[in-house]
Design a protein. Structure first.
Length: 160
């Protein structure tokens, strides 16, 4: 069943690109004792993700953090090298923590898989944004189909 408000984030591992290369992170390290905005995209360097979704969170990062959010994190079913290259391309800096879920293991645990195999893209994540307070989902904006209507940074900022 897809994760929903009131659910605890499942225990799992993702990877970020650190200064010395790929660095694993547990969901506990990311979410425990923190207020986190997590948003997921179907793929790094894809049109809507690169032109709208990630840039919106970069542009609104200061405003989101001013509302008490400790971390803004972007999750994609890509490898950490791709996420690191995308972060550089988008000038993310320290505004957004870029998380790679290369095997879609964490995405499957959230039950937010988007199967784009027929389109040659394999298994990806559905597009969403969520607010997580100390490991518990307090807000979720899950897109239907290929939409980009409710998971944007401006919507999340209005919900904080």
């Amino acid at each position: 069943m897809t994760i929903k408000v009131g659910d605890k984030i499942p225990s799992g591992k993702v990877t970020t690109m650190g200064p010395d290369g790929p660095a694993p992170l547990t969901s506990e390290e990311i979410f425990s004792g923190k207020k986190v905005v997590l948003f997921a995209v179907p793929g790094a360097f894809t049109p809507t993700c690169s032109a709208k979704h990630l840039p919106g969170f970069i542009q609104n990062a200061d405003g989101i953090k001013a509302k008490g959010v400790d971390t803004i994190a972007c999750l994609s079913v890509n490898d950490p090298f791709v996420m690191g290259a995308w972060a550089k391309d988008q000038n993310v800096g320290d505004k957004v923590l870029m998380l790679a879920d290369g095997g879609a293991v964490f995405t499957r645990a959230l039950d937010t898989v988007l199967d784009l195999t027929e389109r040659g893209l394999g298994v990806r994540s559905r597009r969403y944004s969520m607010l997580v307070d100390d490991g518990v989902v307090t807000q979720i904006n899950l897109e239907e189909g290929g939409g980009f209507e409710v998971s944007d940074a401006e919507t999340m900022l209005g919900q904080l």
